[in-house]
Every structure is written in C-alpha cells, then in structure tokens.
Design a protein around this ligand. Structure first.
Ligand code: SF4
Length: 520
C-alpha cells in the first residue's frame, strides 16, 4: 500500500488526550479501541506482552500505557475522563488484563503483542506505537496487515484462495467505493483487508458472512481524525519543494491550509475550523493550569503561578514575552501531569512548548484567536515535514524529536505571528532544530515531568530566539530538510539507554533512582 502523506491533525497536532505520553497513553488507547472492535466491543480477558529490550517493558506503567490500553479495551477514546480509572473500572466489570514481559522478536521498541478474548472469539495481534499517538497493527491472527486507524477496515478471513477469489469477483461486480484491497495469507487461509472512506453497508457484510468458507469478518472504524484515501495528492512533501513551488507568495499558514485540505479531501474552511477547535482546547489547558492542578502520582507540584507572582514582585530578569511563555508552558505541562485534557503537539511529553509559546506570544502582543490559529497552522506545516521524513517517537530519536521538533514548529509559528514569509518561517524552524540536535530522553522516576518541563521551556525560549534571528535576516546555513534528515540519523546513533528507557542520563543519577524507588 502506498505510504499516506502525513496529516497535520493525524500525525502532528493531536491527539486531544489525557495522560503523560502520546506514544504511551494515547497510542495505547487507540490500539485498545481497535482491539475492542475486533471482538465486537466485548473483551473478557486480555494478555499483553512487552519484550524486555523495548521501551514499554520499563515504562508501561509510569507513562500510562496500561491505563490507555485498558481504557481502549473498554471503548474509551484518548480524551475520556474515565481513562485515569480504567484499570479499577476494568476490574469492577470483570475484564481481566495481564501484562507480561516476555522475550520475542520485536522490530520496534514500542511493540504490543496481544491476545484478546471476547465472548466467543479469540484474537492474537501485534501492534506498535510509532510516536505522537500514531499506531500500526502489523499482524492479526497470524496474517500480516497494515492498519493505522485512518480507514474503515473490513477484514474478511477466508479458508482458501478460491473463496477469496470468489469474494474479489463479488466486490468487482458491486463496484464498491474501495480505496485498497490488501491480500495476505497464512498457510491455506487468506485475509482480504478492504480499506474504505465510509463504513461498508451492513447488509452487504451479512451477505459475505453467509458465503461458504468465510469464517470471520471484522469491521473496524477509524481512530484517527482525518481519513486517508488512495488518490490523495499533496502539493509538496519537503520544505524545499514547498519553497520552490510557492516561493514567498504565500505564508506558511496558507500553505498549511492548502496542504491539509488536499490531504484530507476537505475544504480549507474545515481545516481552519478543526485547528480553531484545537486552539480552544490548548487555551483552556493554559487557563486551567494557571488556576492550579492536583494529582497525587506526580513529582512536581503546581509551579506555573509562581512566575506571575515573581514578575509582579519584580524578582525576575525582565522580559514579558519570555516569562509569560515559561508560565504558560509550565501550566500546560501541569494539566498533562494531573490527567487533564491537553493536545499532543507534537507529543504529550512536549505538549507545552509549542502552544505555550504561541498562546503566550499572542497574549503578550494582544493578538486574536485567529492569529493563534494561523500560528498553529504554520507550526503544523513544519511538523509535517518532520513527520514525513523523521519521527516524533523519543523511543526512536530521543527528546530532539519531541521537544526539539516542538521548538522548531514554534519558531515558525512565531514568525507567522509577526507576518513573516514562508521562507523566514522555514529558516527559523531549521535554526531551532539545529540547536537541539542530540537531545536525549532521560525521564526521572519513569514520569514525564523531569527533565521534560525544562526541555519544553527550552523549546519555547529557543523558538523565540530563532524566530527573531530569522526575522532579522540571519543565515540558517543548513536548510530545514537536511537538518531534519540529520536529526533523524543522530537519533538512531543514540544508545537505547538515552531513548526513553529510563536507563541513562538523569534517570540513573542517585536522586533519579531515589525518586524512581519512591514513585514505583
Ligand atoms: S525527556 Fe523529552 S522526550 Fe523524554 S519524555 Fe520528557 S519530553 Fe518526552
């Protein structure tokens, strides 16, 4: 199947979620939601296996993969307020979930091997969390699949190839609106995986179920906000192509509207309004955090209010913009740590840097909600290039691909707020990313708080500096595409101890170990 181009709302800004980590909590909840649908919405028991060398073996509890996955098994989406209590709710409802660390061959540090028991059926599956809340099912019942939650999926399990061929003929005759048909085999058996933009008609599915040799049909609904399609043509995939095609005639936010409307086959107005809703959620997180948050299982208490207090008492170095941005970033991080609703941007661990900077700058400069939306769209455009050519998974590339990416996106968003052109935005993004190359992920106490807060704040302050450097006409020297490429390669050079396993850096300092022991 052709790789789908990245989408702002699927891959970059979002999911709207609760919990400490998008690649752990939100992705786990999406994996669970699809598993739930595989057995018709009624899971009785599940066995979940993580391999010992991956990130999940050490972090699945501290970073909320367990509550996300169990929440998904129960049918809760990533922003559902019941997620925080999903494990106790599951117990009350008699849903038995067992987590095991087992040696098996896994291609990704965030691999879930699942056995799901429904009322009658039993399903085995392997899924991975690929970063920023994105997921991929790689195998269902022994058949290779490619399911990312961006299509309606119908899985038709056939006893022989002859049965599958018969179904293919029926599908051809019916002239259905199919985007893809993927065929895979296991010994004699065949799986036909139909991918569509709308759910297949129930009547038609029932007809297929009655065919001799069709022993199971699973229908899955998408779990991502933007549905994919076969013939989706986007205007550009790299910053170089974008600048070559559009020069400096359009601003980054206009290019983001153009790109995303083509990607999702929706109007530019719809794209704009989707981002407006996201900005409203981000804005709410800022205000909620500043008003105080409470949650037992965290390292840091509420601190965001301290900046304003110290500013009012003239205790801080001057700089309204920087100090406001620090307090807004902190406030969003505190909402995340207290299981409130945040937007992963690009991930939950890095949820403070980008929105705290854009909203903080808009407030200080007395700009409107529309300006925030435009700034966030411009930032989303940069995130698309990163999603397209690299990753947002710290388990793969360290914190440079989370907070570093957020900083790069925020720099471009700030250029947009100042009315800068597309080239200036791209240059600011490149400079910001160059400054964070090699940044490691070394969470303390298996929580996404320390050093995450400081790294988010650094993302914001670095973005402010780089936006001003680009607006003043500084030379970025290395173009954005090359910087992204290099960052990705650097990520692969980092040892696994420094990629979100809690086995290196600050995680294993004497204080880090003590906090881990106290928290766990
Ligand atoms: S250190 Fe960075 S990458 Fe690691 S969890 Fe914290 S914010 Fe995410």
């Amino acid at each position: 199947m052709k790789r789908q181009p990245a989408s702002i709302f699927n891959d970059v800004i979002g999911p709207v979620m609760r919990g400490p980590s998008s690649s752990h909590t939100a992705a786990a909840s999406r994996i669970g939601l699809l598993a739930n649908q595989m057995v018709g919405g009624k899971i009785k028991k599940a066995i979940v296996e993580f391999h010992p060398e991956g990130s999940l073996a050490t972090t699945y509890h501290g970073q909320g993969s367990d509550i996300g996955l169990v929440g998904g098994f129960l049918g809760y989406n990533p922003e559902d307020e019941r997620l925080v209590n999903s494990i106790s709710i599951a117990k009350e409802l008699g849903l038995d979930v067992i987590f095991n660390i087992v040696n098996y061959e896994a291609t990704h540090p965030n691999t879930y091997r699942l056995k799901i028991f429904g009322q009658k059926e039993e399903v085995s599956a392997t899924a991975i969390s690929t970063g920023g809340g994105m997921i991929k099912y790689e195998n269902i019942n022994g058949f290779p699949v490619e399911i990312s939650g961006d299509f309606y999926e119908s899985l038709i399990f056939c006893s022989t190839n002859k049965v599958a061929q018969n179904i293919e003929k029926i599908l051809e005759k019916e002239n259905l609106d199919l985007e893809y048909i993927q065929k895979s085999s296991k010994e004699e058996e065949i799986l036909l995986n139909l991918k569509t933009m709308k759910a297949l008609d129930n009547f038609f599915c029932n007809r297929l179920k009655k065919i001799d040799g069709v022993f199971l049909i699973m229908n899955l609904s998408p779990v991502l906000p933007v549905i994919s399609s076969k013939n989706c043509e986007v205007p550009f995939l790299t910053a170089k192509e974008m600048i070559q095609t559009h020069g400096n005639n359009k601003s980054l936010y206009e290019l983001a509207l153009l790109y995303e409307s083509k990607r999702g086959k929706i109007s530019e107005d719809e794209v704009y309004n989707k981002m407006k809703r996201i900005v409203e959620i981000m804005n709410n997180s800022v205000r909620k955090g500043l008003s105080g948050t409470d949650y037992e299982d965290r390292i840091l208490g509420p601190q965001s209010h301290l900046i304003k207090k110290a500013m009012d008492n003239q205790k801080l170095l001057p700089g309204d913009l920087m100090n406001t941005v620090i307090s807004y970033i902190t406030s969003i991080m505190e909402v995340k740590s207290s299981m409130g609703v945040i937007v992963a941007a690009p991930t939950a661990g890095s949820c403070g840097g980008l929105p705290g900077t854009i909203i903080g700058a808009c407030d200080v400069m007395e700009l409107s909600i529309d300006d925030m939306v435009k700034g966030m769209l411009a930032a989303g455009m940069i995130g698309l290039f990163i999603a397209q050519s690299a990753t947002f998974a710290a388990e793969v590339g360290g914190c440079q691909v989370e907070c570093g990416a957020g900083s790069s996106m925020a720099a471009a968003g700030l250029v947009q707020l100042m009315g800068g052109n597309g080239k200036q935005g791209v240059d600011a993004a490149s400079m910001a990313l160059q400054n964070v190359m090699g940044m490691i992920c070394d969470t303390v106490g298996d929580r996404v708080e320390v050093p995450c807060l400081g790294k988010n704040v650094m993302a914001g302050t670095n973005a402010i500096a780089c936006a001003n450097m680009a607006l003043a006409g500084f030379d970025k020297v290395i173009p954005l595409d090359e910087t992204i490429d290099s960052m990705y390669k650097v990520g692969h050079m980092l040892p696994s101890e420094l990629r979100c396993t809690g086995k290196g850096g600050l995680s294993v300092t004497p204080t880090g170990i003590k906090i881990f022991e106290e928290m766990n």
